[in-house]
Write a protein that binds this ligand. Structure first.
Ligand SMILES: [Zn+2]
Length: 302
């Protein structure tokens, strides 16, 4: 395993950032990509500190994050290296990334960073350093935090970043958000999930997609359509990673099984032991019935 300072092995690493709106297959895509020999699925890394370390939510290995063999090690390494305390880090995170309303303050700091913002950037980079170092020879870290604002932070780091912009047809997201789920932490549902009004989903879907496009300027951004991903994961991934090993190809072609190791936060899907990419034909049927505004927004962002 590579350690801090003794080689620049982990500098070769690339961060694959899955961006876009929720319910667009980001956790599934993370797990599928992470099944490559030289890759690691982090899950929603932006929730590692608050949900994982503070709230002690579950890792996909079945342990609570502070007890997980992998993330406890990451946390120990990271706490030796970072400048901010965990509490300060979470406060700084909330201040700049807590909501889309913070975007102007964030942009200002992206150009003229305050001390707090610089510390936040450096400490986040050190978190990636710790993960890369512990994973040894991994080339790709997959972070499915989704939040487009995080791209501004990734741009400030030494790592190569590739943005995977996942987009699902708007009516599919509206439908998925209209369902409710009861809290079930062991199954990865940390709180009750209430239905979201279609108009609210429309706004956040448009905003997420627009900001992902905008903030990815200057980076390698690849659009991944959810419907195409579940239709043929092999075709989609082969386009992005031309040198797939034969074992992984086989798993992709048979649509699984994928086994998430230590996916730290994200959709409840990650708590399943094995995952298959299942086809789902409902989206196309809904397309014809969707409202004019939904069709217009789909034609812009999808
Ligand atoms: Zn774990």
């Amino acid at each position: 395993m590579a350690g801090f300072g003794n080689s620049d092995d982990y500098m070769k690493g690339e961060i694959i950032f899955i961006a876009g709106e929720g319910r667009s297959g980001s956790t599934l895509f993370d797990i599928v990509l992470g099944a490559q020999e030289n890759a690691f699925s982090c899950g929603e890394l932006q929730n590692f500190t608050k949900k994982g370390l503070v709230n002690e939510e579950f890792c996909s290995c079945g342990q609570r994050v502070p007890q997980c063999s992998f993330w406890s090690e990451v946390s120990a390494r990271w706490s030796r290296e970072r400048t901010l305390s965990l509490e300060e880090y979470n406060l700084a995170w909330l201040r700049y990334f807590g909501s889309y309303k913070r975007v102007f303050g964030l942009l200002k700091n992206a150009i003229l960073p305050s001390k707090q913002f610089s510390d936040l950037v450096n400490d986040t980079e050190k978190l990636y350093d710790a993960i890369f170092a512990l994973r040894g020879n991994d080339l790709y870290l997959i972070d499915s935090s989704k939040l487009p604002l995080r791209i501004l932070l990734l741009k400030k780091m030494k790592y190569k970043v590739r943005v995977m912009h996942t987009v699902r047809q708007l009516h599919g997201v509206i439908l998925s958000r209209s369902k409710s789920f009861n809290k079930n932490p062991k199954k990865g549902i940390e709180h009750d999930i209430h239905p979201v009004k279609p108009v609210k989903t429309m706004i956040s879907w448009s905003l997420s997609n627009m900001l992902t496009i905008l903030f990815s300027i200057g980076l390698n951004r690849n659009k991944v359509r959810y419907e195409e991903l579940i239709e043929s994961p092999y075709l989609i991934i082969e386009k992005q990673f031309p040198h797939l090993d034969s074992q992984y190809k086989k798993v992709l072609q048979s649509r699984g099984p994928f086994r998430p190791l230590h996916v730290v936060a994200g959709n409840r899907l990650r708590m399943q032991e094995t995952i298959y990419v299942e086809q789902n034909g409902s989206s196309n049927q809904n397309a014809a019935q969707s409202a004019f505004i939904v069709k217009v927004l789909n034609s812009i962002f999808y």
